[in-house]
Design a binder for this molecule. Structure first.
Ligand code: ZN
Length: 237
């Protein structure tokens, strides 16, 4: 018997920008589109057989949650880091520089791939002491880090389940994020529905810090930070 994968929905502007969540389902704390959930479940089972307790640190995130992260970074209430991971002082930066600094590690509200229900940040629970939480920093995922085996396992197997890393290489915008995975079949469909005007509309109606600077810089930001990602491999697996 061939089990059909759940259908891939065509997302509307509210879903694409995280202002609606009717495209996602929740299972044991993981929030994804149904097809991505099925694929992630299968990948977790396969990883478990190899001794890796694959877990999601963050899956679907709505506009308001992304806005909270954005505002905290703008105000310096959450660490604002430069490319090398050094702490920046938010107050010392011009509005434009502050926007660009946030964008190195966080998407603008409305532009996060986490809104789509197709993407998630993963770690290996088996490699952490009890009570320890993943930090989601590159050092954890390279040789010598607690998630080095997870990185190798994903390199080898994630394609079979439809997953890839959209932030694998530095392309002039977002820093590489070895923990961030996309489910290609659902993410491809979502990506096709994303438009600069959709993002502009969502931001215009919001109350986020730095809104004027962000909107003034939006055409550049859209190309460099939103659209500049690694493409899904044409043949996965
Ligand atoms: Zn992520």
């Amino acid at each position: 018997m061939v089990r059909q994968s759940p259908p891939v929905p065509m997302l509307g502007p509210l879903q694409i920008t995280g202002q609606s969540r009717d495209h996602v389902i929740v299972r044991e704390g993981v929030v994804l589109q149904p097809a991505a959930m099925v694929a992630f479940d299968k990948m977790c089972k396969a990883a478990a057989k190899d001794g890796i307790a694959l877990r999601s640190a963050s899956s679907f995130r709505d506009f308001d949650t992304q806005a909270r992260i954005w505002n905290q970074k703008w105000r310096g209430e959450r660490p604002l880091l430069d490319k090398a991971g050094r702490l920046l002082v938010a107050d010392e930066l011009t509005p434009k520089a502050r926007v660009r600094a946030i964008l190195l590690w966080s998407a603008p509200p409305g532009a996060s791939r986490h809104h789509w229900g197709t993407d998630l940040d993963v770690y290996d629970q088996a490699s952490l002491a009890s009570g320890q939480r993943p930090q989601l920093v590159p050092a954890e995922y390279v040789t010598g880090g607690p998630f080095a085996d997870l990185t190798l396992w994903l390199n080898r197997h994630m394609g079979k389940f439809g997953f890839y890393r959209p932030y694998d290489t530095y392309r002039g915008g977002v820093q590489p994020e070895p923990w961030h995975l996309s489910h290609a079949p659902t993410a491809r469909a979502a990506s096709r529905r994303m438009r600069p005007q959709t993002l502009l509309r969502a931001l215009s109606h919001s109350q986020i810090d730095g809104k004027t600077a962000l909107i003034a810089d939006l055409p550049q930001i859209y190309l460099r930070y939103v659209r500049s990602v690694d493409p899904a491999p044409t043949v996965l697996g």
